[in-house]
Design a protein. Structure first.
Length: 171
């Protein structure tokens, strides 16, 4: 069998003392998380570009860039909205990624927000600025920073960008 003969000719690779997979996972953990919201006011356009958008979503999940995504509840049936959780090196990388979404390419997002997020509590704590700290310790630290006896204003550990409205003329 050709596959077997090719496999037998491969030389074993010497592993370094640093596991490359663990190194890649560690660098991913240190990336900034971003909460992104989309508003889709055009139900016909939303439906038309749904398949390419979902294929794009699948690519982002496979690449490890998109951690979660899904629709948000909206009172109006004519307007759809969604929330997406990305992990990226920086905000420019996030926006380059978002700009490749077929919904954005074809002007199907009327409003988008992007904000860096530091999940100091809960299951995503390991991706936060307080990774590895107990909930009790984090509560204590937050109270020390923001408690009623302090006047210190907190500033986020990562850069954030304000709401970004998108009106695309490439339709």
């Amino acid at each position: 069998m050709v596959k077997t003969s090719l496999m037998t000719t491969l030389q074993p690779t010497r592993l370094s003392s640093i596991d490359p997979i663990e190194g890649a996972l560690e660098s991913r953990r240190k990336m900034t998380l971003y909460l992104v919201t989309y508003v889709h006011p055009d139900p016909v356009g939303w439906e038309h570009y749904l398949k390419p958008h979902l294929e794009w979503i699948a690519q982002q999940v496979e690449a490890g860039t998109l951690l979660a995504s899904g629709p948000t509840t909206v009172a109006e049936l004519e307007t759809r909205s969604a929330a997406l959780l990305f992990q990226c090196e920086d905000e420019d990388t996030l926006h380059r990624t978002l700009d490749s979404d077929p919904y954005l390419v074809h002007g199907q997002v009327s409003n988008m927000t992007c904000q860096a997020w530091d999940p100091i509590f809960g299951v995503l704590n390991e991706r936060s600025s307080r990774a590895g700290r107990s909930t009790e310790r984090t509560v204590s630290e937050v109270l020390a920073m923001f408690g009623p006896h302090t006047t210190t204003r907190w500033s986020p550990p990562r850069k954030t960008r304000s709401t970004r409205s998108r009106v695309d003329s490439r339709q």
